[in-house]
Unconditional design. Structure first.
Length: 324
DNA sequence: AAAGGGGTCAACCGCCCGACA
DNA sequence: GTGTCGGGCGGTTGACCCCTT
């Protein structure tokens, strides 16, 4: 297995690209097209290695690159795709026109990771952070009852409902991953939506059919995971019975809907389901230490994103403002 | 106003994989 | 089977920017 020579050999230049170098590269590629990266820098009159040229072109100079801040919709797409695809940044980038894998990777590491951590979600596995869940289990018995009483809940940062919610959300993602993996291996789905609620198990309504997967795969330009989720809840025409009443509460979750219409459509299927965003505290109430560098806009974006990510119901009188 | 610290992001490195000759 | 090449990936670096003190 041959290994390309590094950029430090033969006196090749490293570091930031100058405007002149950029122009040389652009001019050459416009004339001759890209490819043959090894010989390109020599032909273009650049003292760079081919790999450096390729990266510069694909990550920065390409004409279809979309610069600027990620939109809320793009945030949602990235999180959804990452929950399914993992760190396959190029695959994620393929579904985000104008964004590069490097850009998405950087954005993930600097923004989204922190956002998920603030939500108590492990950004690697999309699972609840064990430390928080352990806290949840420890606190659930003692705090849950008191949380029903607003006076007993005041001052508490830990709301078991929140942890259950996070568990629900993340279990759905894990289940979806399993299902997709199994589908890829011609194994039937493993999730039975009618399975009785047991112990700590969190009800899951997400189910991915082979048709859904095919649809997703057949439309690489369209981030359709929302549609998959939406189709599941709509077209299948059911909700697990366990979804409808658990301990007297209706529970549900929703995975990143793109618009309110879909949220409302879904919500109608569960009478007491309300947008999670309406239960969130205002961004200014967040005390997370991870938020030091966030601008007001970022905080608002985070709040918006979270509101679309998770939906559940809580009993009247339960003050959830302190739990986020 | 200046210094220090943290966040951001373009760019790089090392390794790997698949296609091809 | 082996070497070459293009490309992808995770991790890291370092310059720059902004905020706080």
């Amino acid at each position: 297995m041959g290994k390309p020579p590094g950029c430090d050999k033969n006196g090749l230049k490293k570091g930031p690209w100058t405007a002149e170098e950029d122009q040389k590269l652009i001019d050459y590629i416009q004339k001759h097209g890209h490819g043959r990266w090894r010989t390109l820098p020599k032909n273009a009159g650049l003292k760079r290695c081919g790999k450096s040229c390729r990266l510069r072109w694909t990550n920065y100079l390409r004409p279809d690159i979309k610069r600027g801040k990620f939109s809320i919709e793009e945030d949602e797409v990235i999180i959804q795709l990452h929950s399914v695809l993992g760190n396959k940044w190029s695959a994620i980038a393929a579904r985000l026109p104008g964004r590069t894998d490097n850009e998405i990777k950087n954005y993930w590491n600097t923004h989204i990771k922190k956002k998920l951590l603030r939500m108590g979600i492990d950004p690697v596995t999309h699972a609840p952070r064990l430390d928080l869940l352990e806290l949840s289990s420890l606190l659930s018995s003692s705090l849950y009852n008191s949380s029903l009483n607003p006076a007993g809940f005041v001052g508490s940062m830990f709301n078991p409902s929140f942890f259950s919610l996070a568990t629900a959300f993340l279990s759905s993602n894990q289940t979806k991953n399993l299902e997709i993996n199994n589908l890829a291996g011609n194994i039937q789905q493993i999730q039975n939506p009618y399975e009785p609620y047991q112990g700590n198990q969190v009800p899951v309504i997400t189910q991915v059919s082979q048709a859904d997967l095919n649809q997703f795969s057949a439309n690489p330009g369209l981030p359709n995971l929302w549609q998959i989720d939406n189709n599941v809840s709509d077209s299948k025409g059911f909700l697990p019975t366990t979804m409808q009443n658990i301990n007297g509460y209706n529970h549900g979750f929703y995975l990143g809907d793109q618009n309110l219409q879909q949220v409302c459509t879904f919500s109608e299927k569960i009478p007491n389901l309300v947008p999670f965003g309406s239960l969130l505290s205002t961004p200014s109430s967040s005390s997370t230490p991870l938020n030091n560098g966030s601008s007001t806009e970022d905080i608002e974006r985070d709040s918006y994103c979270s509101s679309n990510m998770l939906i559940f119901d809580v009993p009247k009188g339960l003050n959830v403002n302190g739990c986020m």
